[in-house]
Design a protein around this ligand. Structure first.
Ligand SMILES: [Ca+2]
Ligand SMILES: [Ca+2]
Ligand SMILES: [Ca+2]
Ligand SMILES: [Ca+2]
Length: 394
């Protein structure tokens, strides 16, 4: 019964994700604006909602405030939140350091003025490519993107690093944040949520493309990305390297009736035909080009799912390599929780490590694998506890 119901649900929700660009471009297009970030400092917008991305910066020579035509990433997001319509933010090459720390010790401020960059409207953010455009939150002591319901968001072409969601207990004499020394997910929870070290999707429709997540940490689940609360998310050509969750899902967690698809891009390349005597001017042909596998490398979960954890949700993973991840609990590569549907196609899951289910631990979900390799994991490759609810009475 569960198996029969899952396929149409996945088909429906994945087609919804394909509609993301259409949803972003059609509605409100008359009012939508494009904000080009031209300054890498972390400053807020002076007047959100006026249609202009403008931050006030201090002239280092005169030490006086001067208003240049300065558009920072934070100002652009604050302006896009307040300005009607599905806006676009473009980032150039280089590193953008976030350091405007939340004054309220990680309060639930949702407009992006401090701490994490809260998104509450339809928005597209484009960088120049992973490893080319980088957002670094090492000095922020918060996650990077916090996507609130019901946003529709596309983020592409960037590396997200240094994000952390850990409980801040105070400030030292230099106003530097002090993190709780003993970390345990269920006990110490930041007010603004303990999941998603780099990105938290709280119920929006989110598409991520050509992204790298590296060196992010979450107190609870989803060291880099958390997809929860009826969210839809499509990840294409995204890599996850050395992220940590004190709870489940060292790189990614998918939870609470959400849908997540992880895949790589497919396109066509034009191939020039070779002339022959019979056909001196052959028409060009199209060749299918599949991007290299998405990679999950060296991620770590203190509980379950060293790379990926999914619970009470639907998930499809295609053309990925999941290697060298570690879970202290179950599922060094993947942990599939209760009432889940997980489909793996063309996945390579090897050299991962856990207490049990080194490659995959299927707790009580529906697991389907095609053209998938699971080997060389420790202490074993697959543990599958999907036991039928009834057994024939012989
Ligand atoms: Ca403004
Ligand atoms: Ca807007
Ligand atoms: Ca914030
Ligand atoms: Ca927030």
């Amino acid at each position: 019964m569960i198996k029969r119901m899952n396929a149409p649900i996945i088909a429906f929700t994945l087609s919804s994700l394909i509609l993301v660009p259409v949803l972003l471009s059609s509605a409100d297009s008359a009012a939508a604006a494009t904000f080009r970030v031209n300054n890498r400092s972390d400053l807020p917008d002076m007047n959100p909602g006026d249609g202009i991305c403008r931050a006030e910066i201090i002239n280092p020579n005169t030490e006086r405030a001067q208003i240049f035509f300065t558009c920072t990433l934070r100002a652009a997001i604050m302006e896009a939140n307040a300005y009607p319509g599905a806006d676009t933010i473009t980032l150039g090459r280089g590193q953008y350091n976030l350091d405007l720390v939340n004054d309220g010790l990680q309060s639930s401020e949702t407009l992006g003025s401090t701490g994490d960059l809260d998104i509450v409207d339809k928005l597209t953010i484009t960088g120049k490519g992973k490893g080319v455009t980088t957002i670094d939150a090492t000095e922020l002591h918060d996650r990077i993107f916090d996507i609130h319901d019901p946003s529709i968001v596309m983020i592409s072409g960037m590396t997200l690093t240094g994000g952390e969601v850990l409980p801040v207990v105070g400030r030292d004499d230099n106003q530097q944040t002090i993190i709780a020394s003993e970390l345990e997910c269920p006990i110490l929870k930041p007010i603004d949520g303990a999941d998603g070290g780099a990105l938290l999707n709280r119920g929006g429709i989110v598409q991520l493309k050509d992204m790298e997540f590296t060196d992010n940490i979450a107190l609870c689940d989803g060291g880099a990305v958390e997809n929860q609360n009826d969210s839809l998310m499509l990840m294409t050509d995204c890599d996850f390297i050395e992220n940590v969750a004190i709870g489940n899902g060292g790189a990614v967690e998918n939870d609470e009736d959400s849908v997540l698809r992880i895949t790589t891009s497919i396109g066509f390349e034009e191939v020039t035909g070779i002339p022959t005597e019979d056909d001196p001017n052959p028409a060009p042909t199209k060749k299918l080009v599949i991007a290299p596998p998405s990679q999950f490398l060296w991620n770590n979960a203190y509980e379950n799912g060293g790379a990926i954890a999914s619970d009470d949700s639907l998930m499809s993973v295609r053309n990925v390599e999941i290697q060298y991840n570690v879970a202290k609990g179950m599922g060094g590569g993947i942990w599939n929780g209760d009432s889940d549907s997980m489909t793996l196609v063309k996945a390579t899951i090897e050299w991962n490590d856990a207490m049990d289910g080194g490659g995959i631990f299927n707790n009580d979900g529906f697991l389907e694998m095609r053209r998938t390799t699971v080997e060389n994991n420790s202490p074993n490759d697959i543990v599958d506890y999907n036991i039928p609810e009834w057994t024939p009475d012989f």
